[in-house]
Design a protein around this ligand. Structure first.
Ligand code: GLA
Length: 384
């Protein structure tokens, strides 16, 4: 069978599903690479979702298929033989969750098999956490259908554990937390050490603002290269400074850090320490003055990622620069970097003009055309 975007659960499995779960992608408003440093992040769940249509089986087989699977077909694993070493491709995002639940202590010995059909309108490779959306939809569904009794922060940790150990990307807890804890019109202010989360009203609509995503279509991958290298630099910085994590340094410690660390490690550390502070400042500013006042913080964050953390690419810098030149309130790259998307906070009335200007600048520079669209803060993972 050829699987395409119109394919449904019934086309693949030959009968109807009984339940649907869904989970959103995310945009990070500010707080980049701070999550695995035990720091602060301020992401929000977006109105682009992954759906998981599911039916319960009578045996112990977990089967998955997807509308976006280039090879088509059904992937399956027995709940008695969950092992990351035998997993590969996109189905690892689903199977890895079952494995992680079991590995982290959930009793799956009486769990029933499931047929699962995944569909998604979260763009892949854009830095909007399409993979976390699949993981969180699966985690919420398995927790419910197998009656495991885990709460959402625990499910976020399961998602991260699977991403780290089954998928093999050394990422932090932000994406899964945003997907599971998001709420309409709000951001999730998360302390990545305690996982204490507060919902922060964004107030974009009331201020006449909209959040533009400018996907550069430069694909990134966190299982490789730069992301792990940044993480290693941060760990080196923390151990040299004698703290458990960079979260434990304040801006006032940077002078001492500059004396103790080599130049590159120092700049990595400076990004994390100042970025943590910018998250705190953004939360306070949103609450006290509203979203029009956060533009400068977004711009400083981008500069820090470009110059100190060195995770931007020319396409991201151009998107940010043009959006700002054309009057955006603020703009920055979002997500892990090395490609993916930038965001711009813009007046509703200006969004077409700014989007067109960014596309025109990409054409002029000879870059692949960006994909520009608006996102809204939406609810987290749920049973639909
Ligand atoms: C990726 C990772 C997150 C986080 C961001 C950078 O999205 O999955 O855990 O580290 O990069 O902020």
């Amino acid at each position: 069978m050829t699987i395409d975007q119109q394919t449904t659960f019934a086309d693949v499995f030959g009968y109807d599903p009984t339940v649907r779960y869904s989970a959103p992608g995310r945009v990070n408003l500010i707080g980049e690479h701070t999550d695995y440093n035990d720091g602060f992040v301020l992401p929000f769940a977006i109105d682009r979702r992954t759906t998981a249509d599911i039916a319960v089986r009578e045996d112990r087989l977990l089967r998955v298929a997807s509308a976006f699977d280039p090879d088509g077909g059904i992937h399956e694993v027995s709940l008695d033989a969950l092992d990351p070493a035998t997993m590969n491709g996109w189905s690892t995002y689903v199977f890895g969750i079952a494995w992680a639940l079991q590995d982290r202590g959930s009793d799956l010995s009486r769990a029933t098999g499931l047929d699962v059909f995944i569909d998604s309108d979260v763009p892949v490779g854009a830095g909007l956490s399409s993979s976390a959306a699949i993981e969180c939809g699966a985690a919420l569904a398995f927790n419910d259908l197998w009656d495991l009794g885990l709460d959402r922060p625990a499910l976020a940790r399961i998602g991260q554990f699977s991403e780290n150990n089954a998928v093999g990307a050394p990422t932090g807890i932000m994406d899964q937390s945003a997907s599971l804890l998001g709420a309409a019109d709000s951001a999730v202010f998360l302390d990545c050490r305690s996982l204490d989360a507060e919902v922060v009203d964004l107030g974009f609509a009331a201020a006449g603002l909209e959040l533009l995503v400018m996907d550069t279509n430069v694909e990134h991958a966190h299982a490789t290269g730069g992301y792990a290298a940044r993480r290693a630099s941060c760990e080196l910085g923390a151990s040299t400074m004698g703290v458990p994590a960079l979260r434990d340094l304040a801006v006032s410690d940077l002078h001492r850090a500059e004396e103790l660390l080599d130049d590159e490690t120092f700049r990595r550390v400076r990004h994390i320490v100042t970025e943590d502070q910018r998250v705190l400042d953004t939360v306070r500013t949103l609450r006290e003055q509203g979203p029009r006042a956060i533009g400068e913080l977004l711009v400083r964050s981008h500069e820090s990622m470009r110059d100190d953390f060195e995770i931007s690419v020319p396409q991201l810098d151009l998107a940010v620069e043009v959006a700002l030149r054309e009057g955006a309130v603020g703009a920055r790259m979002t997500g892990g970097g090395f490609g993916g998307a930038a965001i711009a906070l813009v007046d509703q009335a200006e969004r077409e003009r700014i989007g067109t200007a960014v596309s025109a600048a990409f054409a002029e520079a000879g870059y692949t055309a960006p994909t520009v669209f608006v996102v809204h803060a939406a609810a987290g993972a749920r049973r639909d």
